[in-house]
Design a protein around this ligand. Structure first.
Ligand SMILES: [Zn+2]
Length: 481
C-alpha cells in the first residue's frame, strides 16, 4: 500500500478585469493559475482540515481503509449477501428565501435517483464501457425517506427550517493582497461556517440521531465576499463526513471529529434532477453537468467510506479499492473516454480512467457505476462503522420492507435495555437474536402486544435481531455499548 501524504490546497486570489471574483480553490495537481472556478466536493478537504487540527487524523483514516481493504480481500470469493441494506434518510431543508425551500417533489426525485444508481437500475448503465462490465455492481443499498422520527412519531422524512443566514459559507472579510489571511480563514473558519447548517443555535437544524438516520442538510453553501464587490462564491457542491472507528481511535481524535455532525451538506441547487433552481453566471456552465442528482450519489459514497477514485493525488495515490482504475487527477467534469493516465493491473488488464464511476469528478451525464470493490467497502462500513444505520431486508419480498418500517427499536446503540414498538397490534411474533459470531442469544415468541421491553445480555458489540411474523421477517442490527 502506498503511503498517502497530505495534499495542500493552493489558494489563489484572482481579480478579473471584467468582473470582481473572489477566492478560488485549486487542487495541487493543477498548479497553473486559471480563471476557471474550480468547484467540487469538500469531503476530502474536510479530512485534510481535521488532519491540520489533529495531525494523524488522515493516517488513522487511511489505516481504517487499509483494514477494510484487507478484510474484504479475504471475502472476495464468498457468495454475496441475499439481503439489501435499507437506509432511512432525513432531509433538512434550511432556507433563507422561497427558492431555497425546495419542494417535496425534488426530494422524492432525489431518493429515486439514489435508488436507481445504488441498485444499478438507471437507464444510462447501458453506457458503461464493456471493459468495465465485469467489475460494476448492484450495491444492494436502498434509501427511504424516514417514516418514524426520533420521538417515534410519523414523519415525511423532511424538515423545513427558515434561517436568517444567507450564506452558510460565511463572510470573507479580506480582499486582494491578503492571500495568507484568506488561506487562514479557509483553513480555520470555512468548514465551521458550513456546519452551522447542522446546529439549531447557529441558524441551522440539529440532526436526528446520526447513528440511525442519514442526515442530509440542504442549504446555501456560498460565501459572501464584500471585499470583492459582494461576490458570491461557491466552493463546494457538497461534502460528507467520513466513517470513524469508535473502538480504536483515541478520544482526542473522536472528540475533534464530533465537532462536525455526521451527515452530508449539499448546496440547494444540486438536489435532484427536477430542481427549479439553476446556477447563475459564472457557474452556469455547470448546469448541464451536475443537475442530474448525482452529486448526492457521490456524497453518500463518501459517507459509506468511499474515497475519490483518483485517490486525491497522482498515480502514486489510490482509493484503497482493488478493482477501480487509478487516475493521476480527477476528470474535471468531462467525459473523456480516451484517458488512461496510470498503469493498472486489474484482472490482468490496464483499463482506462473510469469516468463512469460516481466517485470521479466526471460529469453526472457519464456517471453510471459503482464497482464490486466499492460495494464491498460500503457493506463493510455499514456492518462495522455505521452498524445501526441500515436494516437488512431479504430480497424478493416487498412486504418485508413495510414490515420493518412498522417497528421502532430504541435506544440503539444501547447499554442493554431495548424496546420494540410496533405500529400495529401483532397477533404473534418471534424474536431471534444472534451475536456477531452467529451464536444464539435469545429466541422468544410473543402474542398480542405493541410494545416489548427486554435486555440483551452479553458483551458489547453488534447483535442481529430478527423479527418474524406471519411469514414476514426483518432484521435489525443493535449495537451494545
Ligand atoms: Zn467527493
Amino acid at each position: 500500500m502506498k503511503t498517502k501524504g497530505v495534499l495542500t490546497i493552493i489558494l489563489t486570489i484572482l481579480m478579473l478585469q471584467s468582473q470582481a471574483q473572489g477566492l478560488v480553490l485549486q487542487s495541487k495537481q493543477n498548479k497553473q493559475t486559471t480563471t476557471n472556478i474550480t468547484l467540487g466536493c469538500g469531503s476530502y478537504d474536510l479530512m485534510q482540515h481535521l488532519d491540520n487540527k489533529k495531525p494523524g487524523f488522515l493516517e488513522l483514516s487511511n489505516k481504517l481503509m487499509q483494514n477494510i481493504e484487507k478484510n474484504i480481500s479475504n471475502q472476495r470469493n464468498t457468495k454475496s449477501s441475499d439481503s439489501i441494506y435499507v437506509i432511512p434518510v432525513v432531509f433538512h431543508i434550511v432556507y433563507n428565501n422561497d427558492s431555497e425551500n425546495i419542494p417535496d417533489s425534488v426530494i422524492q426525485n432525489q431518493i429515486e435517483i439514489l435508488n436507481h444508481c445504488y441498485r444499478r437500475t438507471n437507464s444510462d448503465t447501458t453506457n458503461t464501457r464493456p471493459v468495465f462490465h465485469n467489475i460494476v455492481a448492484d450495491t444492494k443499498i436502498e434509501f427511504v425517506l424516514a417514516e418514524i422520527d426520533p420521538e417515534g412519531n410519523p414523519t415525511t422524512g423532511i424538515t423545513r427550517t427558515q434561517t436568517d443566514i444567507e450564506y452558510f459559507g460565511g463572510i470573507l472579510a479580506y480582499g486582494q493582497g491578503q492571500d495568507q489571511e484568506i488561506l487562514d480563514w479557509v483553513n480555520d473558519s470555512l468548514l465551521y461556517n458550513l456546519f452551522r447548517l447542522t446546529n439549531d443555535t447557529l441558524g441551522g437544524k440539529k440532526p436526528w440521531n446520526p447513528d440511525k438516520y442519514l442526515n442530509v442538510w440542504i442549504g446555501d453553501l456560498r460565501i459572501l465576499e464584500p471585499e470583492f464587490n459582494n461576490y458570491k462564491e461557491l466552493v463546494y457542491f457538497g461534502l460528507s463526513t467520513p466513517p470513524m472507528d469508535h473502538h480504536n481511535w483515541p478520544d482526542s481524535v473522536l472528540n475533534l471529529v464530533n465537532i462536525y455532525e455526521q451527515g452530508i451538506l449539499l448546496h440547494y441547487i444540486n438536489l435532484g434532477a427536477n430542481n427549479p433552481n439553476s446556477f447563475p453566471n459564472p457557474y452556469h456552465t455547470y448546469n448541464g453537468l451536475i443537475t442530474t442528482g448525482k452529486i448526492l450519489v457521490h456524497e453518500v459514497g463518501h459517507f459509506l467510506g468511499l474515497r475519490h477514485i483518483w485517490g486525491d493525488g497522482d498515480c502514486n495515490f489510490n482509493d484503497f479499492i482493488y478493482d477501480t482504475p487509478n487516475a493521476n487527477a480527477s476528470s474535471q467534469y468531462n467525459c473523456n473516454k480516451n484517458r488512461n493516465t496510470c498503469v493498472d493491473d486489474i484482472y490482468g488488464i490496464d483499463p482506462p480512467d473510469m469516468v463512469e464511476n460516481y466517485m470521479d469528478y466526471s460529469s453526472g451525464n457519464c456517471q453510471n457505476s459503482f464497482t464490486i470493490g466499492q460495494t464491498a467497502v460500503m457493506h463493510y462500513v455499514l456492518n462495522h462503522y455505521r452498524p445501526v444505520l441500515s436494516n437488512t431486508i431479504e430480497i424478493n419480498n416487498i412486504e418485508n420492507n413495510q414490515f420493518y418500517q412498522s417497528f421502532n427499536v430504541y435506544p440503539n446503540p444501547t447499554t442493554g435495555a431495548v424496546t420494540i414498538k410496533s405500529e400495529h397490534d401483532i397477533d404473534d411474533f418471534q424474536i431471534i437474536i444472534h451475536d456477531s459470531q452467529g451464536r444464539l442469544v435469545k429466541n422468544t415468541c410473543f402474542m398480542d402486544i405493541t410494545t416489548l421491553n427486554f435486555t440483551i445480555e452479553g458483551s458489547r458489540g453488534i447483535y442481529f435481531m430478527e423479527i418474524i411474523s406471519n411469514n414476514k421477517r426483518t432484521t435489525f442490527k443493535i449495537l451494545k455499548l
